[in-house]
Design a protein around this ligand. Structure first.
Ligand code: CAA
Length: 489
């Protein structure tokens, strides 16, 4: 029997729940939105009115269409109103006890044929299903923030899910205009397992003082082309949600990279949860970034390393005097690797600054333990003169972008190698769930497997973090001379 999903219930109308309710209503389904109390219900209604109001203001919806969408949604504080829903999806806080209690109630209230879905970001769908007398009809249906915009829905089946139900729910996701990726029940599923590990890594690097918040954000946005830097995205997701997802990941993996960075705990405890509270890593009242500095006053500049001639020519065109390393006031060492060894060999090592050009929009400006602040500031200025955004950082293996990107790519290889998800599914999940310009396997092909493998080796040597060691599959592909993981038989 193929089910027809016409009436749905959404329990919990916070950012995600309200977004999910909007998605269903836009697709023509009748929605009953449930919240715990009248005040929360009004906030939920406000989310929906605000979101459709913005679409109206942008000319994406007409007044009549907006009224039709809102007209499909009924608001209530009573779960009993879900008795005749064909599918109920919950988007309440990520606390297992809350979910178990809710599913026990839903199981009692909803008609026997109803499908119960959870939008959990990481909790065990199997455990949630086990609280009901209908575990075969319980699935995960995981949307991404902002739900009306992001195209991905992860459909999670458990060992007890009825045959065919995941396909029916995937078909429903397609009807909503989404792209489903069906996976088994593992903490973090595809996206959060890769994404939150990377976001947490960014928070750890921030705590370690590798680079400042805005430098790391700029590095990943402008250097990799991600839609948001890690701290802007953490604020969008919510630091409480991020913290909870990481705790669940850690509980399952015992991998210390999943242990939430202490700064997350601190901000959450302080009530700074991100956008929803008006402050997280970024605060609303903060003024904009620093104004671009004037042309730096540098007597003469020496440029060393691969690509030195081109950069020196650009600086000369901009009116700077170029000279040899011995004679210059500032020495720029173009390098993918730490430059302290080079600096230590110079008579005045405080003049040397490492520079790593990433893509065509940013340059990582690496200060060694010996670099003077004047030299670092001068090089930041030079970077702006040649049309790039400087990303200030310490002189550490792989600096910022590659230090964050390569372990993420390594994790994707491990995920594929574990048999959890296919290459195409992992690539589409990251593109459609997070708006990445390309999936991790596409990025690997573009960067070259050997470059990434070598970068991971350097990271491992620097930080001795076991999971930075290249995934055995990656190592083997490089050794075998295979150029793309897709070329595997
Ligand atoms: N609700 C509805 N629509 C929204 C919206 C919201 N909250 N935020 C943005 N939009 C719409 C805008 O109205 C706009 O629509 P049009 O193109 O029709 O005009 C469109 O999205 C683009 O928005 P903006 O122009 O304002 O801004 P942008 O181009 O910077 O895009 C973004 C904003 C879509 C959020 C983009 O920055 C992005 O893709 N960021 C990455 C988000 C991400 O990674 N999400 C996944 C987080 S992980 C998660 O959610 C899972 C979990 O379990 C934790």
């Amino acid at each position: 029997m193929t089910r027809s999903f016409e009436k749905v219930g959404v329990v919990g109308l916070g950012t995600m729940g309200a977004g999910i309710a909007e998605v269903f209503a836009r697709a023509g389904l009748g929605v009953t939105g449930v919240e715990a109390d009248p005040a929360a219900l009004e906030r939920g209604r406000g989310h929906l009115e605000g979101s459709t109001g913005r679409a109206l203001a942008k000319g994406r919806l007409t007044e009549a269409e907006r009224a039709e969408i809102l007209g499909r949604v009924t608001f209530t504080t009573s779960l009993e109103d879900l008795a005749d829903a064909d599918l109920v999806i919950e988007a309440i806080p990520e606390v297992m006890d809350f979910k178990r209690a809710l599913f026990t109630d839903l199981d009692r209230i909803c008609k026997p044929s109803a499908v119960l879905a959870t939008n959990t970001s990481s909790l065990s769908v199997t455990e949630i299903a086990a609280t009901t007398a209908r575990p075969g009809q319980v699935v995960g249906m995981h949307f991404f923030n902002p739900a009306p915009v992001m195209k991905l829905v992860e459909v999670i089946h458990t060992v007890t899910t009825e045959d065919g139900l995941a396909e029916e729910v995937a078909a429903l996701a397609r009807r909503l205009g989404k792209t489903p990726v069906s996976v088994g029940d593992r903490a973090g599923f595809v996206v959060n397992r890769l994404l939150l590990t990377y976001l947490n890594h960014a928070a750890v690097l921030l705590e370690n003082g590798l680079a400042a918040r805005d430098d790391i954000d700029a590095a990943m946005k402008l250097g990799v082309g991600l839609p948001m830097g890690p701290f802007t995205l953490l604020d969008l997701i919510g630091l409480d949600t991020s913290y909870e997802v990481l705790c669940v990941l850690f509980q399952e993996s015992r991998d210390r990279r999943h242990a939430p960075a202490p700064i997350l705990r601190e901000l959450v405890t302080a009530g700074l949860l991100g956008r929803k509270t008006g402050g997280g890593f970024h605060r609303e009242e903060e003024p904009g970034g620093p104004p671009p500095t004037a042309k730096p006053s540098v007597g003469s500049v020496a440029v060393l390393g691969e690509g030195a001639e081109e950069l020196a020519a650009k600086l000369a065109d901009a009116g700077f005097k170029t000279a040899s390393a011995e004679a210059a006031d500032v020495v720029v060492a173009l390098s993918r690797n730490p430059v302290i060894e080079l600096a230590a060999g110079l008579p005045r090592p405080e003049r040397l600054v490492g520079l790593h050009l990433v893509g065509d929009r940013i340059a990582e400006v690496a200060s060694t333990a010996l670099t003077s602040s004047e030299a670092a500031r001068a090089v930041e200025g030079l970077v702006r003169i040649v049309g790039r955004t400087p990303v200030r950082c310490k002189d550490r293996a792989e600096f910022v972008v590659d230090a964050l990107l390569y372990p993420y790519l390594n994790d994707a290889v491990r995920m594929y190698d574990s048999g959890y998800a296919a290459i195409e599914d992992i690539d589409s999940a990251m593109k459609l769930g997070c708006g990445y310009p390309s999936g991790p396997f596409e990025m690997l092909d573009e960067l070259g497997l050997e470059t990434v493998r070598d970068g991971l080796r350097a990271l491992y040597a620097e930080y001795r973090e076991p999971s930075f060691a290249p995934a055995p599959l990656l190592d083997q592909l490089v050794t075998a001379g295979v150029r793309s993981i897709r070329d595997l038989p």
